[in-house]
Design a protein around this ligand. Structure first.
Ligand SMILES: [Zn+2]
Length: 436
């Protein structure tokens, strides 16, 4: 006989759909963003009996009118048609015009399903039909700009869902959305879509490496705080190098994200949950463990009455992403207390970045204006790594540990592109500027 349902048991939505595996490289060439990613996550969750404890949902295609809330008509038209027969001979050429994009016959459907799925679960969580949800979707979304596919992303799934809740479902009472983007890359597309909008607080923590880490440029700098009514509602935490792990992320949670979330008091939290900052990811070069992700998520559950929607973004080591999503699913199900420990301290650079971010944002968020206790800063901080991993080729400048002078940083809002390159004429540790 089945036990009666425990009324305290949390209703966690879990969305997976094999149709999103049909988006793949046209020639079978290996690629980090491949269908095995979501399959591996699903198999892991199944092997642990997670789907039985969740509300399992199938993907739904997004409607064009909702996608049009953040994307241009020409971009929607391209993604809608790119998999049709008439594009057979042009698909490769069109993909090559974009930055890090491929298309095949399954791309259109997968893109519509990914976006529609995030809309669907976000609506259910906003309504209270679900307490929280995980959308295991691909292609990912946070690099997609309003008029451009980019960085393995076709539609900006999370941005579409956020706009849907704010503009299409006002009766659900979602007026303030916190988007936490913990993918190792900066969420440039999402940042740009809400840059002037105070209804969305966009928080991205990412490798920046002084502007040399993908997507490169100045967009991921902490100087990018939002504009107009949105000033103060865009928060970037830019790592100076790889190898950041649990201790670094949790220090940022405690000293930046959580104080701000407390003041902002969001109605729902959408997580752009890439897992490419996970330990052993081939592109990220960072070290978050499944335990680290579970703590990061647990700390967010104290806000918005625990209304959290996690959406998969990047993450390219199959074991790492599967174990990380599993750890997060267990947190949302709230079945057992978390077990684990964090051995190391944050890097010295982590404290520097935290102080810089707090300084930049303190006029908008008084909670950040308080000086950090000197004992926190003095007693913590291990030396920054000399060698950093990440990407297949080392990024130019990624071995340069010196931080730019303050005056250089301040030029970022004026759209001067800062890069650190090694060039025979310049020697190793030099900075150069070029306007972008
Ligand atoms: Zn990423």
């Amino acid at each position: 006989m089945e036990a009666p349902e425990d009324p305290r048991r949390r209703r966690v939505g879990l969305l997976y759909d094999e149709r999103m595996c049909r988006h793949a490289t046209p020639d079978g060439e290996s690629h980090p963003e491949n269908p095995e990613r979501i399959r591996a996550i699903w198999l892991k969750l199944e092997s642990e009996g997670i789907p039985q404890r969740c509300v399992v949902l199938r993907a739904k295609e997004a409607e064009d009118k909702y996608i049009a809330l953040v994307h241009t008509q020409s971009h929607i038209k391209l993604i809608r048609n790119i998999s049709s027969k008439e594009f057979d001979s042009q698909r490769l050429r069109i993909a090559s015009k974009f930055n890090s994009i491929y298309f095949n016959k399954g791309s259109s459907e997968a893109a519509y399903l990914a976006a529609g799925s995030v809309v669907e679960v976000s609506e259910k969580v906003a309504k209270g039909d679900l307490d929280s949800a995980i959308a295991i979707v691909r292609p990912p979304g946070h690099h997609a700009e309003s008029d451009e596919a980019m960085g393995f992303c076709l539609f900006n799934n999370v941005a579409i869902a956020a706009n849907f809740l704010l503009n299409e479902r006002p009766e659900l009472g979602i007026r303030k959305i916190l988007i936490v983007d913990w993918d190792v890359h900066h969420g440039n597309g999402t940042q740009n879509m809400f840059y002037k909008d105070p209804r969305v607080l966009f928080f991205s923590i990412h490798r920046f490496d002084f502007g040399s880490f993908y997507p490169a440029g100045d967009g991921g700098s902490y100087c990018m705080v939002g504009e107009g009514a949105g000033a103060g509602y865009n928060i970037n935490v830019p790592w100076e190098h790889g190898q950041c792990g649990d201790a670094d992320y949790l220090a940022v949670w405690d000293h930046v994200l959580l104080p701000v979330a407390e003041s902002y008091n969001p109605d729902i939290i959408l997580i752009s949950a890439g897992f490419d900052a996970a330990v052993r990811d081939p592109l990220g070069g960072c070290c978050i463990t499944p335990y680290g992700y579970s703590l990061m998520l647990k700390k967010l559950m104290g806000f918005a009455q625990g209304k959290i929607v996690m959406t998969l973004e990047g993450g390219y080591n199959l074991n790492s992403i599967a174990n990380s999503v599993l750890a997060c699913a267990k947190v949302l199900l709230e079945e057992k207390p978390l077990v684990g420990s964090i051995e190391v301290q944050p890097f010295e650079s982590t404290w520097r970045v935290i102080q810089e971010v707090r300084h930049e944002l303190k006029t908008f968020w008084p909670a950040l204006a308080v000086e950090l206790p000197q004992n926190v800063l003095a007693s913590n901080g291990r030396p920054c790594p000399v060698e950093v991993e990440g990407m297949n080729k080392p990024c130019p400048g990624s071995r340069d540990k010196s931080s730019p002078k303050d005056v250089i940083w301040k030029t970022v809002p004026h759209r001067l592109f800062l890069c650190k390159i090694s060039h025979p004429d310049m020697g190793q540790r030099r900075c150069c500027f070029s306007s972008s």
